[in-house]
Design a protein around this ligand. Structure first.
Ligand code: IPE
Ligand code: IPE
Ligand code: MG
Length: 230
């Protein structure tokens, strides 16, 4: 049995803080290097014509970090989805955001407007779709989806729930990559990752580049996906 072509890659970008600490730099320097790494990797994904890629950028639990770190991360995210938007558009990238971005969320109006604008500005693009998980939590997503189905009066089934998820219409990830040596999901896409191949690498996110991506893709190509069958 051969592995079907990869449709959707999910990435947990972890290890920015440790990368900085190891170099005697403040944690924020690690997040800055992480954005550079993200830029490089996005270009590699576009080159490889990967249809969907999901990136875990900020979890609902990450609010528990210091105000200084949270503020710094959001400044970088704002920079990325405004200053880098033209470049993403030039690559024919479509942006979608996963997570709670409602008025009731802890996101400030500025970042909410940036999310809405980046989504609208790239909606008609036909290249790689980037799904950015921002104020995303797996439990939160499932609760929001279940409430949506219940409020619509539909029966709760796997299909109605799936259609109410933040990833509606997107095939589930084939491969998940987590950097930094941690072997856990930390709340990322619990429904969607049910049958995903899981790849853990000790490389820290700022050091994860196209060569490391190729290694992960080669590993994926060697997997036998059985989906419960023989
Ligand atoms: C991942 O790097 C980025 C975010 C969670 C926003 P970390 O900041 O978690 O880096 P480590 O895990 O502390 O090294
Ligand atoms: C997961 O990394 C979240 C993101 C990469 C955005 P964390 O660093 O927050 O996860 P834990 O705390 O090690 O589980
Ligand atoms: Mg971490």
């Amino acid at each position: 049995m051969t592995t079907a072509p990869l449709q959707h890659l999910a990435l947990i970008m972890d290890g920015n803080g440790r990368w900085a600490t190891r170099q005697g730099l403040p944690r924020l320097a690690g997040h800055k290097a992480g954005v550079t790494s993200l830029n490089t990797l996005v270009e590699a994904l576009v080159r490889q014509q990967i249809p969907y890629a999901s990136f875990y950028a900020f979890s609902t639990e990450n609010w528990g970090r210091s105000v200084e770190e949270v503020t710094g991360i959001f400044a970088l995210l704002e920079y990325y989805f405004t200053q880098e938007l033209a470049r993403l558009k030039a690559h024919n990238i479509r942006l979608r955001f996963l997570g709670d971005h409602s008025e009731a969320s802890p996101l400030n109006p500025r970042i909410r407007a940036i999310i809405a604008n980046a989504t609208a500005e790239t909606a008609a693009n036909t290249g790689t779709t980037l799904l950015i998980a921002l104020n995303y939590g797996g439990h939160d997503e499932l609760v929001r989806a279940t409430r949506k189905v219940a409020a619509s009066g539909q029966e709760i089934t796997a299909q109605t729930l799936e259609a109410a998820l933040d990833t509606a219409g997107v095939p589930p990830p084939d491969l998940l990559i987590r950097t930094s040596g941690e072997q856990r999901l930390s709340g990322f896409l619990p429904w969607q990752l049910a049958y995903t191949e899981l790849y853990f690498t000790p490389t820290l996110w700022p050091d994860f580049g196209p060569a490391q991506l190729d290694e992960a893709l080669a590993w994926y190509a060697s997997r036998q996906r059985r989906f419960g069958k023989v």
